[in-house]
Write a protein that binds this ligand. Structure first.
Ligand SMILES: NC(=O)c1ccc[n+]([C@@H]2O[C@H](COP(=O)([O-])OP(=O)(O)OC[C@H]3O[C@@H](n4cnc5c(N)ncnc54)[C@H](O)[C@@H]3O)[C@@H](O)[C@H]2O)c1
Length: 379
């Protein structure tokens, strides 16, 4: 059995990977600085919603799966996977130093026999930089870049069905990475490092562009006073070439925007299509508030409820959610904003409002709206 340590193992990518590997009899340790997530995993509780994960967690925790904050565990592993976050900075450039810093921290405890796997989404060229770092420390590098392409919330289901891209620093590194991923993936695609890095970024950017196209058409049609979905449904009806035309909606979350910006930085800010997609997707909340003003007149002192605060439907992740941008725009118009989401558990403004009126919930269109409490981190 191969011992695999996952650094950033209690995050959205680390958990599905750890569970998938544990289900294939690897001996998996999830290492994370988030002590509360580590504690939850060891108590068989998922820190976030992930379809199909609880069942695997229950079968493997305490057997061939454990979570820890103890960095020393890295010493005992045969393979070490890095899945920590890779954000962009306030100028929308990738924070490459953050990735290097994390690797350097653990390098102190690692040895040259261990296979190092990068799974985070990284700026093109980062793999080469880390190979150089490993060569500098160990005289040789045993590294594989194996990007994750799961959709958040359905990672378990997807991980067993998606092809796995692998780029490696040597034949030996490729063979070892292949031996691991061929146990959970139906197909392995081998690429050079730069190609693999671009595959991941372009995959996410493509999705972001698709959403931007839908959102641009939505705003264009609605701005004419017409119903977008009358037009959209007519386009799609029995017309196979429009099968992949997505619906309009807030395109947010921790990956698509920042990966499009990484690609833009990679193309030295000449990626006009990507930048335009950002303007369209980030502009949708402004458009929606504008439409509301057209219908309601001034929003001053109007009570407005935002239903749904997570970044997408049926998910409990509020990272980079554009619902908070809508809330901020409405508040700037001096509206009284109430927020709620069935996937989170209580909002300050709605809770205050309800308690003033001795109420526990609101009824809107026959639905119960219960207050939630979230910390809007971004806006
Ligand atoms: N969320 C997704 O669905 C998804 C899909 C594909 C790829 N990715 C990429 O995967 C990477 C991770 O994303 P995520 O959504 O899992 O992020 P996340 O924030 O959910 O998870 C990262 C984890 O790393 C931990 N961490 C941070 N610094 C650490 C350190 N020094 N040592 C140990 N643990 C540390 C954090 O506590 C956190 O639990 C990013 O590059 C992202 O772009 C994400």
């Amino acid at each position: 059995m191969k011992k695999i340590g996952i650094i950033g193992g209690c995050g959205h990518v680390g958990i599905p990977l750890g569970l998938a590997l544990a289900s294939r009899d690897f001996d998996v340790t999830l290492l994370d600085i988030n002590a509360s997530a580590v504690d939850q995993i060891n108590r068989c509780v998922l820190p976030f919603k992930e379809a199909g994960a609880v069942k695997i967690l229950k079968s493997h925790i305490g057997k061939n799966l454990a979570a820890t904050t103890n960095v020393q565990m890295v010493k005992d592993q045969e393979a070490v996977v890095f899945v920590t976050g890779t954000p962009v900075d306030e100028h929308l450039n990738p924070k490459i130093n953050d990735v290097i810093k994390v690797i350097k921290t653990y390098l102190e405890m690692m040895n040259k026999e261990q296979l190092i796997i990068l799974r985070s989404t990284i700026f093109p060229g980062t793999t080469e930089l880390i190979i150089w770092l490993l060569q500098d420390r160990f005289g040789a590098a045993k590294l594989a870049f194996c990007p994750e392409r799961i959709v958040q919330g359905r990672g378990i289901e997807e991980i067993f069905n998606l092809p796995q891209i692998i780029a490696a620093s040597s034949e030996k590194a490729y063979r070892e990475a292949y031996d691991i991923f061929s146990k959970i993936s139906p197909k392995i695609i081998r690429l050079a490092a730069r190609e693999a890095e671009l595959v991941k970024l372009i995959t996410n950017t493509w999705r972001y562009l698709e959403f931007a196209a839908a959102n641009q058409f939505y705003m264009m049609v609605e701005n004419e006073g017409l119903d977008f979905y009358t037009v959209y449904n007519a386009i799609k009806a029995d017309y196979p070439r429009a099968d992949h035309f997505p619906k309009a909606g807030l395109a947010a979350g921790p990956c698509l925007f920042k990966d499009t910006m990484q690609l833009s930085a990679f193309y030295r800010n000449n990626f006009f299509l990507g930048q335009s997609a950002m303007l369209v997707n980030e502009g949708l909340p402004n458009f929606l508030v504008g439409q509301l003003e057209k219908k309601m007149g001034s929003l001053e002192h109007k009570k407005i409820a935002v239903l749904g605060m997570t970044f997408k439907a049926n998910n409990d992740d509020i990272r980079e959610s554009l619902s908070f941008k809508i809330k901020k725009l409405l508040e700037f118009k001096m509206a009284v904003v109430l927020i709620t989401d069935p996937y989170l558990n209580t909002s300050l403004s709605l809770a205050k409002e309800l308690s003033k009126n001795n109420m526990t919930h609101l009824e809107v269109g026959g639905n119960r709206i219960i207050p939630i409490s979230v910390k809007p981190r971004l806006f």
